[in-house]
Design a protein around this ligand. Sequence first.
Ligand SMILES: Cc1cc2nc3c(=O)[nH]c(=O)nc-3n(C[C@H](O)[C@H](O)[C@H](O)COP(=O)(O)O)c2cc1C
Length: 234
Amino acid sequence: MASEVTRRRFLGAAGTIAAVGAGTATGLGADSAEAAEAKKIKILGICGSPRQGKTTATALQACLAAAKEVADCIETELLELAGLNINGAVAAGIELPPGQTDDFPALLPKLTDPALGGVIMGTPVYFGSMTSLCKAFLERCMELRKTDAWANKAAGVLAVGGARNGGQELTIQSVQSALFCHQMLLVGDGKPTGHRGGTLWSGCPGGITADEFGMSTAANLGRRVAEVALLARG
Ligand SMILES: Cc1cc2nc3c(=O)[nH]c(=O)nc-3n(C[C@H](O)[C@H](O)[C@H](O)COP(=O)(O)O)c2cc1C
């Protein structure tokens, strides 16, 4: 009952925002279009796998699809870190060789977009923790703390392991630890699964999409991040 009430409250907020969008479609003018634009809430999925378009990206896509269903004003995007050169040591003041840069600064416009309402980090499980690429990215995100760019944004984490119990929850916790430092609003996967985040098994017979439980945690996480992003936006 309690969760039904909470859900109705979220959907009520979403309905108000959707109504602004509908006004635009019926030609209420530039002001309404601007108001609708201002109401947009972006949820950014960030994939920390060094392999582009593989199982972690698949899990994040399912998560983002569920987020989008929460309200018309939710927009989603998947950012894959695969192939990017991100040097974590820069966060510690180590300078890159003269004339060299890496790929992190180019990500800043997406990471600091004022429309950003939520972030979902996804990483494969590597020896019970996140990948080095995911870690380097999170280290460089230290820069976002200077302006509190991620403060009060909703955040959730999913982890994909080759084994059913390969360390997904440990991995989620290690990513969450970094996100807490940004004063983010951390959520787990919403009910009915309702635990620490998306816990997926890529070694499932039939592949990751056949992992019904894991895929449902991804969807419940996406929905929950979107709901809290809506709530935080007021
Ligand atoms: C270096 C390395 C370490 C890994 N360690 C684990 C592990 O501790 N537990 C686990 O379940 N899977 C482990 N895996 C398997 C990956 O988590 C799994 O294949 C995952 O689906 C890869 O994600 P991707 O397809 O997005 O690259 C490991 C894979 C690699 C390459």
